[in-house]
Design a protein. Structure first.
Lengths: 507, 160
C-alpha cells in the first residue's frame, strides 16, 4: 500500500521539480510555434531523458506534452495559426474573441479549462487504473490478444475517412513489426542479413521519422509566416475564473469526453477536441449560440478535452502496457529502457513509482496555469525567434534522438526513410496512427496469438473459452461491425468531417 | 505528391502479396503446425486485401488525376528546403565518421539555414554555436558516443 507521504516525498525531489519546470517551459515554447506538435516535443526530449532516472524521464514527457497541447492555443487565438492540430477545432472561435479584445475569454478560459480537463483525467486515471490492474492480473494470452486487436481496431476506425486506407496503414505497421527475430523460435525474418534489423525496427527512430521528419518535410513545402504582433493580453486569471463558473458543465463534459477518447488506442487529443467541440456546438444550449458566450463554451469544452485525452491515454498504457497514442508509445519505450515494465504487475511491484507518475499529472496541470499566463504574455518574444533557424536545429535533434537511443548510424538513415514514407502517406491521406500502433502492438499480438495457438494446437475456439477473453472478443467483433455499418452509411455533418485529417491520432 | 488510389492501392497489394509469398520461405520447426511464417503470412494477406480495397474504392469513386504534382515542386526554394532535409539525413551517416559530429553538424546546419534563407555569415556563426553547444551537452557531459573525427586524439580531454 502506498501512502500519500511516500508519493509526496518522491515528488519533493529538487531535481524532479527542476525537470518538471524546465520541460514545462520547453513544451510551452514548442507548442506555441506553429507546425511543431506535442508529439514532436516528446520525441525531441528522448536524447535528454534517456540519461535521466525513470521518474524524471517520464515526468519530462508528461509535462512537456501537456504544456505543448495548451500552448498550441496561443498562436491559434492570437494569429489564427493553431500551434498543434489539437487546437485547430476552436481556432476560429478563439481568434474571433481576440479580435474583439476578449483575450481573457479566448486564452485565459482555455488555459483554466485545459488545466481542469487535465486534472479531471488525472483523477480518473488514479481512481480507475489500480482497479483495472487488479482485473488485468487474471489475464492470459487470450485476453491480451483481444485487447491488442481491440486497440488496433479502434485506432483504425477513428483514424480517417477511409476504412480501407486505415486498414492498409494498420497492416503496413503490423507487417513491419514482423521484421526481426521471431518472438517464439528466435529465427530471423526479413532481415536481409543485416544485424541492425535482428531486433526489428527501433520504435523511437521510426516515430521520429514518421512524425517529426515528415512534419519538417511538410513545413518545408509550406512557407510559414509568423508576422504580426499579438494584441495586449490584459488581465487573465481572475476574469477567467469568473468565466469558468458559467461554463463548468461544458468543462466537465469536455474533460470526461477527452479522458474516454484518450483511453482509446490511436485516438489522440485532436480527435478528442473535435468531438467535444462538435458536442458542445450541438448538444449544449450555450454552445449552440453564435455569440461570445457560445464561442467561450465551445473553446472551454474542447480545451478541456484535448488536455484530458493525455491522461486518458495513460490508462491502457500503465494498466496493460498498450499505448493510447504515439506520446504514450514513446513513454512506454522509455519505461522499458529504464527497467519499468508497464502492465498490471507494475501496480504490485512498484506502486510508489506508478502513483508518483499519476501525481506528476496533477503537478503538471497545476503548473500549467502560472507558466501558461507567462507564455501568453511573452508570446511576442516567441514570435521573434528566427523561423529559418528552427527547422535545422530540430533536424539535428531528430538525428541525435535516433542515434542516442540505438547507438547506430543505421537508425539515422531510418528516420529519413520513415520520414519520407510518413510524408507520402499523409499526402495521400493514409493515417499514420494505425501504422505506428501496428508496429508497437504487432510483437505483442503475434506472441499472444502464437502462444495461444500452440497451447490449443490450432483450435481457434480457445479465443472464446475464457469469460473475460470472450467478452473482449465479442466487443472487438461488435466494434468491427459498427465500423463497417458507419462506413456504409453516407457521411453527413461536421462530426463526420472534422477529424478526417491525416494527423488524426497525432497531437 | 498525390497519387490516385488506383495507383497506391495496387502498390500496397503487391507489397502484401510479396510478404505473403516471402513468408513461405521461412522454416517451420519440426512437428509444429505453426512457425515464424504464420503471422507474417496473415499480415501479408491483410495488407494485400487492404490494397485491393483501396484500389477498388478509388476506382469506383473515379474522380481526380492519376498523379498530381504538388506546387512546391515548381518552386525552387521550397523544393530546395525539402531536398536539403532528406539530403542532410542521408549525408550524416556517410560523413560523420570522418568529420566528427561537430564539423558534420556545423556543415549541415550551415547548409540548411542558407537554404532556408539566412545569410551565409550569420548561418556560419549560428551553426558553429549550436553544434558546439550540442556537442558539449551530449558528447562531453551526457557521454553519448558521438564521433569526434579529427578531434579523436584529444577527445579524452573533451569528455568530462
Amino acid at each position: 500500500m502506498v501512502t500519500l507521504n511516500a508519493v509526496l516525498s518522491q515528488l519533493a525531489d529538487g531535481y524532479l521539480i527542476l525537470v518538471i519546470i524546465a520541460s514545462a517551459a520547453y513544451g510551452l515554447l514548442i507548442g506555441a510555434i506553429p507546425g511543431l506538435t506535442a508529439l514532436l516535443a516528446s520525441a525531441l526530449l528522448v536524447p535528454f531523458i534517456i540519461f535521466m532516472d525513470p521518474l524524471p524521464a517520464v515526468a519530462a514527457i508528461i509535462t512537456a506534452s501537456a504544456m505543448a497541447i495548451f500552448a498550441g492555443d496561443i498562436p491559434g487565438a492570437l494569429l489564427r495559426m493553431p500551434g498543434t492540430p489539437a487546437s485547430a477545432a476552436y481556432t476560429d472561435d478563439a481568434h474571433g474573441l481576440v479580435r474583439k479584445g476578449e483575450v481573457a475569454k479566448a486564452l485565459g478560459a482555455g488555459l483554466i479549462a485545459s488545466s481542469l480537463g487535465g486534472l479531471l483525467s488525472a483523477l480518473v486515471l488514479t481512481m480507475a487504473a489500480p482497479s483495472l490492474a487488479r482485473v488485468a492480473l487474471a489475464f492470459s494470452s487470450v485476453e491480451y490478444f483481444w485487447l491488442g486487436v481491440l486497440g488496433l481496431s479502434c485506432a483504425t476506425f477513428v483514424a480517417g475517412s477511409s476504412l480501407w486506407k486505415g486498414l492498409a496503414s494498420l497492416f503496413l505497421g503490423l507487417s513491419l513489426a514482423t521484421v526481426g527475430m521471431d518472438p517464439i523460435t528466435g529465427i530471423p525474418r526479413f532481415t536481409l542479413g543485416s544485424i541492425n534489423l535482428l531486433s526489428g525496427f527501433g520504435l523511437i527512430p521510426v516515430l521520429i521519422g514518421l512524425f517529426a521528419v515528415s512534419e519538417l518535410l511538410r513545413n518545408a513545402t509550406a512557407p510559414m509566416n509568423m508576422n504580426g504582433a499579438p494584441p495586449p493580453a490584459g488581465p487573465i486569471f481572475l476574469p477567467s475564473l469568473r468565466t469558468l463558473w458559467r461554463h463548468k458543465v461544458g468543462v466537465a463534459r469536455g474533460g470526461l469526453f477527452g479522458t474516454m477518447v484518450g483511453a482509446l488506442p490511436g485516438a489522440g487529443s485532436d480527435i478528442a477536441a473535435w468531438i467535444s467541440y462538435a458536442v458542445a456546438r450541438r448538444a449544449s444550449s450555450r454552445g449552440r449560440r453564435q455569440t461570445d458566450e457560445g464561442a467561450t463554451e465551445r473553446i472551454m469544452s474542447a480545451s478541456a478535452a484535448n488536455n484530458a485525452s493525455l491522461g486518458g491515454a495513460y490508462i491502457p498504457a500503465t494498466v496493460f502496457g498498450i499505448p493510447g497514442d504515439a506520446i504514450t508509445a514513446i513513454v512506454i519505450s522509455v519505461m522499458f529502457i529504464k527497467g519499468i515494465n508497464p502492465g498490471p504487475t507494475l501496480f504490485l511491484n512498484s506502486p510508489d513509482v506508478i502513483y508518483t507518475i499519476f501525481a506528476i499529472f496533477f503537478v503538471a496541470n497545476l503548473v500549467m496555469i502560472p507558466l501558461g499566463i507567462l507564455c501568453m504574455r511573452g508570446f511576442g518574444l516567441i514570435l521573434r525567434l528566427p523561423q529559418a533557424a528552427i527547422s535545422p536545429v530540430v533536424l539535428i535533434f531528430c538525428i541525435l534522438g535516433a542515434f542516442s537511443v540505438e547507438n547506430t548510424l543505421f537508425a539515422v538513415g531510418m528516420i529519413g526513410i520513415f520520414g519520407f514514407l510518413g510524408y507520402v502517406m499523409e499526402q495521400n491521406e493514409y493515417p499514420l496512427a494505425p501504422a505506428i500502433l501496428g508496429l508497437i502492438l504487432g510483437p505483442m499480438i503475434e506472441e499472444t496469438f502464437m502462444t495461444t495457438m500452440l497451447k490449443s494446437q490450432g483450435d481457434l475456439s480457445i479465443f472464446f473459452d475464457r469469460t473475460i477473453g470472450s467478452i473482449l472478443g465479442v466487443v472487438t467483433v461488435l466494434a468491427w461491425l459498427l465500423a463497417i455499418a458507419l462506413q456504409l452509411r453516407p457521411q453527413r455533418g461536421e462530426v463526420a468531417q472534422a477529424p478526417a485529417n491525416p494527423h488524426s491520432g497525432t497531437v | 505528391m498525390r497519387l490516385h488510389d488506383v495507383i497506391t492501392g495496387p502498390a500496397i497489394a503487391l507489397c502484401g502479396a510479396g510478404l505473403w509469398a516471402w513468408s513461405f520461405t521461412l522454416p517451420v520447426p519440426n512437428n509444429a503446425d505453426f512457425g515464424p511464417g504464420t503471422f507474417p503470412r496473415l499480415m501479408g494477406g491483410g495488407l494485400a486485401l487492404a490494397g485491393v480495397g483501396v484500389a477498388v474504392s478509388g476506382w469506383l469513386r473515379g474522380r481526380g488525376p492519376l498523379i498530381q504534382r504538388p506546387d512546391w515542386l515548381r518552386s525552387g526554394p521550397q523544393f530546395a528546403r525539402f531536398a536539403a532535409i532528406l539530403g542532410a539525413i542521408a549525408l550524416y551517416p556517410l560523413i560523420s565518421g570522418a568529420l566528427g559530429f561537430l564539423l558534420t553538424a556545423w556543415l549541415l546546419l550551415f547548409v540548411l539555414m542558407v537554404v532556408n534563407g539566412i545569410r551565409p555569415l550569420p548561418a556560419l556563426g549560428a551553426g558553429l554555436a549550436i553544434s558546439a553547444f550540442v556537442n558539449i551537452a551530449f558528447a562531453s557531459i551526457l557521454h553519448v558516443p558521438l564521433p569526434w573525427g579529427p578531434l579523436t586524439p584529444i577527445s579524452g580531454y573533451l569528455i568530462w
